[in-house]
Design a protein around this ligand. Structure first.
Ligand code: NAP
Length: 297
């Protein structure tokens, strides 16, 4: 049988890396999956779950002989990891990553590729609050979007291979420049995550200050709104460090809007408050309608 990818190396076998391997396996597109992790425990678990066929703690050994490599550790570890394994890549290998930030990753990884190997940046806009290989499942990317961030130097055939792989996982692929990706995601994903973390922090501080059981009376709105505050802190620390400029810009903007809201509430300006809420509700309803075929990230 000839596979689309004879040997796939997944460097960072967690939620995203594990789900990618499982999705491609389900489609019979991959012959053999080699996992690379930091701990033997993760490799043992991944093998037990059937996510990988074999595993190693040595990234160079893991990528040797692979035609396709997915790099999926936390964002700050992506470039150092690629640097570590790049000399061992086989000629013709296509390397992609899953990092939630692209600007600080794509150019250095492209530079690190040996002659005849290719790097294409990817970001699957799919996920959940749980992490680790135990949380992986093959349908994770079904109905999601994946953004690819090629550059002028990207070989069209490498871009095509990466596109086919994500589409096989059930994702709709879009292409944009890395910097543009980072500005868009700062607003649509990074800002809401920071807000959710911060709402929980504010309530927790308040509970201590006023010695009241704030959380006991938290309604389902609290649960919905703060669901993403259960996300992995390492992942979100890394995203903030690597997308600092775009996140600061959008936070400043949000702070401006929050100041306006504070003023409207303190001035009891009911008409203006109604106006803000009505406009936001209309925007949300329009966005949900327009994106009805896509799952939220
Ligand atoms: P995860 O479940 O925590 O898996 C991360 C994997 O990377 C684990 O196998 C871990 O190995 C390994 N790892 C952790 N720190 C490392 C380091 N310093 N050096 C090398 N390997 C390391 O994370 P994930 O949710 O799959 O996220 C992986 C990537 O996908 C991140 O870059 C994230 O930005 C991106 N992403 C995540 C989501 C999401 O919602 N989760 C969505 C889109 C993109 P051990 O288990 O051995 O520690």
């Amino acid at each position: 049988m000839s596979f689309f990818i004879k040997r796939l190396a997944v460097v960072g076998v967690g939620l995203i890396g594990g789900s990618f391997a499982q999705a491609l396996r389900e489609q019979d597109l991959v012959g053999e999956v080699i996992g690379v992790a930091r701990s033997q425990r993760t490799l043992d678990k991944a093998r037990e779950l059937g996510v990988i066929d074999s595993g190693t703690l040595d990234p160079q050994q893991g990528v040797a002989g692979a035609q396709f490599v997915l790099v999926a550790p936390p964002v700050c570890a992506i470039v150092p990891t690629v640097q570590q394994f790049a000399p061992a890549l086989s000629r013709g290998a296509v390397v992609t990553d899953a990092g939630s930030v692209k600007g600080s990753i794509v150019a250095p990884c492209e530079q690190l590729m040996p002659e005849g190997c290719h790097f294409v940046g990817s970001h699957p806009i799919a996920g959940r609050e749980r992490s680790g290989v135990e949380a992986a499942f093959p349908a994770l990317f079904q109905g999601s979007r994946t953004i690819l961030t090629p550059t002028e130097r990207t070989a069209p055939a490498a871009l095509e291979r990466v596109r086919v792989a994500w589409e096989a996982c059930g994702s709709q692929v879009e292409v944009m420049a890395a910097d543009h990706h980072d500005r868009v995601l700062a607003a649509t994903s990074h800002l809401p995550h920071l807000m959710a973390y911060n709402v929980v922090k504010t309530l927790s501080d308040l509970e201590q200050d006023i010695q009241a059981e704030v959380f006991r009376y938290a309604a389902s709105g609290f649960r919905d709104f703060t669901r993403i505050a259960s996300s992995d802190p390492t992942m979100w620390r890394d995203i903030c460090l690597e997308n600092r400029t775009a996140i600061c810009e959008v936070l400043q903007r949000f702070r401006g809007d929050l100041d306006v809201l504070l003023e409207l509430v303190s001035n009891s300006d009911g008409e203006a408050l109604h106006d803000v809420f009505a406009r936001s509700r209309a925007t949300r309803e329009r966005v949900l309608k327009e994106n009805k075929i896509l799952r939220t990230p």
